[in-house]
Design a protein. Structure first.
Ligand SMILES: Cc1ncc(C[n+]2csc(CCOP(=O)(O)OP(=O)(O)O)c2C)c(N)n1
Ligand code: SF4
Lengths: 411, 285
């Protein structure tokens, strides 16, 4: 467990530099700052930009790590999994169908307690092979014990990658973590990013220490021995216990991040925009926040009091906190950039989770509508947001609305 | 006289213009393939083209034949299914070096081992082109790629040697400069029973040649012309590729051994005697 006692020296902050970089580059730089030991890659758009940046950093001697282009995603994730068991800090990633091709490995890593940190450059699953963003790739591991978050900007990508190592490698957690960056909209868009100094990162991020779980000749252990019904429930329970603790650890880590780097993220689990006086809110994950914010500013000019909640952490799902935040609004519209075909009310993944959290934890019962929008990289437009807002207002005013609606679909 | 190019009926003109870059070699390979189909007078209804994913994988979408654009690396298993369901089909696997030998490498060697009657055309541009030109298992040592800015150091596969060891019955290599030989090889494989493999070296000026300062598509044709040496029957152990060295081309292997279907039949007849009834043909029209 990481305990940090060193005070932040003011002058450290001055080492911070600004750089114009993409979301993918921000992740690569975070890995360099985190002193990652082993990186594996297999190309797939849009994740592959990160491997290109990283191979350049490694080749230029700026990043001291082993880098290998594996022959498929399956071996790519296998290699880092085992490097991690031997005590190496690792980085890996993929997109869309490539992430799915690694599924065998993705499934076993939580039970093996491998704190690998991955980037999912979100991409629609095949078919029909679209390159654009959709969230079902990363969401495919939501029930397997992975921690999952979605970021919105290149700055948040860099910061969250550092936070990710701290959270995943905390001995109370020790499970894999995937950071989702919307394909193209974030992986390939440049923005000004504050790049922290290596010294700051050293203060924030202790060495990766597997302790008694280290596979080493001096520490003879057997990883992944066969167990049957005699032990399976107990093994599962250990992963369950991680999810019970995860919210507290994440809160701690964000507090420390703020202390050391001076950047505030407020509530780690979600971010609110113009919600103070809002009557209704929209809720979503990732870069759709950009058009939503623009639209909200316009809608407010028309007197429509609408706000936005951007979910950062999907696993753990901070249900009680989210419900507490949402119970104060008259109606809620969730924007799902994903599908959960056949789910209750045929809604997407996020809406279904939000409704479940509201049912058990909220004091009020505002209608929770779901909008399937922006699939396969289609833009979530400002008029789309206007339309969704109007529908949510109608629901707030007691006019029954279909629980799930597709927005931005060609007629 | 018709002004129609003879290969045009074999292409889905409504899908043109294609996605390939100027100077790319993939189009040349299709031209040869179409001519081979015409010359061999094969019944086009019995031909199916299966490709994986990549620039080369897009071939399936441009040929006016029954075709399937599968997932990355999975062209061979898909083709195996087609062939088993309808043994009368002439199944062509048309895909890239990365697709066939990296993520799909396991399928490649197992299909050759079984000697299933598939015809594989491997467009080898020495890189994963569609994703931006990263090092692949075929990238020659010292070549620069998106993931090896100062040169690759992993030894590449010698594909003819690999598939010969695994059991392929027909193996040839040509470049996009050798259009006549390539066309002939493509018509030859239609007559062959068993796992047949043609490696076609093809330029990717956008990603591979540019990064390695080897010029454009035309320069690559000149390079192929200069560097190629025809050596039919060359031992495949000697045909490995290097960055700037000689390119040995030719028909390296043409041998016969029972294919998967005949081995299966023989085994069942031996084990079951008269009780063995050949599967009824799947109707396919
Ligand atoms: C499972 C999976 N992983 C990765 C990809 C991304 N991808 C698309 S094409 C390609 C490489 C293609 O290389 P190659 O087969 O050599 O064909 P080329 O583009 O060079 O013609 C890759 C890795 C994918 N589509 N699916
Ligand atoms: S990237 Fe290379 S292989 Fe792909 S179309 Fe362009 S030239 Fe051809």
């Amino acid at each position: 467990m990481a305990t940090l006692t060193m005070p932040v020296e003011e002058k450290k902050k001055t080492y911070e530099q600004e750089a114009l970089i993409t979301g993918a580059e921000a992740i690569a730089i975070a890995c360099k700052l985190a002193n990652v030991d082993v990186v594996t890659a297999y190309p797939i758009r849009p994740y592959d930009t990160v491997m290109q940046y990283m191979s350049q950093l490694v080749a230029d001697g700026e990043m001291d790590c082993e880098f290998i282009v594996a022959e498929s995603e399956n071996s790519q994730f296998e290699i880092v999994k085992h490097a991690s068991v031997c005590g190496a800090r690792v980085f890996c990633g993929s997109s869309g169908i490539g992430w799915m091709y690694a599924m065998e490995v993705l499934t076993v890593t939580p039970a093996l307690r491998v704190p690998m940190v991955c980037l999912v450059g979100n991409r629609a699953l095949d078919d029909p092979g679209a390159f654009g963003v959709e969230h079902n790739d990363a969401l495919a591991v939501r029930d397997l014990g992975w921690l999952l978050n979605w970021v919105d900007t290149a700055q948040e990508a860099l910061d969250t990658a550092l936070i990710a190592y701290r959270v995943a490698e905390d001995r109370r957690i020790f499970v894999p973590l995937a950071i989702s960056c919307d394909g193209a909209f974030l992986t390939h868009s440049q923005a000004l990013v504050k790049v922290p100094a290596a010294e700051q990162v050293m203060q924030f991020l202790p060495k990766y220490d597997r302790g008694d779980l280290l596979l080493h000749p001096d520490n003879v252990i057997s990883v992944a021995p066969q167990a049957n019904e005699d032990w399976v429930m107990e093994i599962r329970r250990q992963n369950y216990a991680v999810t019970e603790r995860a919210c507290d650890v994440i809160r701690e880590v964000y507090a420390d991040f703020e202390r050391i780097f001076g950047r505030k993220y407020g509530n780690p689990f979600f971010e609110e925009y113009m919600t103070e006086d809002a009557e209704i809110v929209l809720l979503g994950m990732g870069t759709l926040s950009t058009p939503v914010r623009v639209a909200i500013r316009k809608l407010r000019e028309q007197g429509k009091k609408v706000g936005f909640v951007r979910l950062r952490w999907f696993r753990p799902f901070a249900g009680a906190e989210i419900a507490k935040c949402l119970e104060r609004f008259r109606a809620i519209g969730v924007i799902d950039r994903d599908l959960s075909l056949g789910a209750p009310d045929l809604s997407g993944v996020v809406a279904t989770e939000v409704r479940s959290a509201m049912y058990t934890s909220a004091k009020t019962r505002p209608p929770v509508l779901d909008f399937i929008c922006g699939l396969g990289g289609r833009e979530v437009t400002v008029p789309d947001v206007g339309k969704m807002t109007d529908i949510v207002f109608q629901a707030a005013n007691g006019k029954a609305q279909p629980l799930t609606q597709w927005i931005g679909l060609r007629g | 006289m018709s002004t129609l190019n003879p290969v045009e009926p074999l292409l889905r003109s409504d899908r043109l213009p294609h996605i390939w870059c100027p100077g790319c070699g993939i189009g040349i390979t299709i031209n040869c393939f179409a001519r081979a189909l015409i010359e061999s007078k094969i019944d086009l209804d019995s031909v199916a083209v299966v490709s994986g994913i990549g620039c080369s994988g897009r071939v399936a979408g441009y040929v006016n034949l029954d075709s399937f654009h599968t997932t990355h690396g999975r062209a061979i298993p898909f083709a195996t299914g087609l062939k088993l369901a309808n043994p009368k089909l002439e199944v062509i696997v048309y895909s890239g070096d990365g697709d066939l030998s990296a993520i799909g490498g396991n399928h490649l060697i197992h299909a050759a081992r079984r000697n299933i009657d598939l015809k594989v055309i491997c467009v080898n541009n020495l890189t994963y082109a569609m994703t931006g030109g990263q090092s692949a298992p075929t990238t020659p040592e010292h070549a620069v790629s998106a993931t090896s800015p100062y040169g690759t150091f992993e030894p590449p596969f010698n594909l003819p040697h690999l598939v010969e060891a695994a059991g392929a019955v027909y193996i040839a290599r040509w470049t996009t400069f050798h259009v006549r030989q390539l066309t002939r090889a493509m018509s030859e494989i239609f007559k062959k029973k068993g796992f047949s493999f043609i490696e076609v070296l093809s330029p990717c000026p956008t990603l591979y040649q540019r990064r390695n300062k080897m010029g454009d598509g035309l320069d690559t044709m000149k390079f192929y012309k200069e560097k190629s040496r025809i050596r039919h029957g060359a031992p495949t152990s000697e045909v490995g590729l290097t960055l700037n060295g000689e390119i040995i081309v030719g028909k390296f292997v043409d041998r016969d051994r029972p294919d998967y279907a005949s081995l299966m039949r023989a085994q069942y007849v031996e084990a079951l005697g008269d009780r063995y009834v050949e599967c009824r043909e799947t109707t396919c029209n």
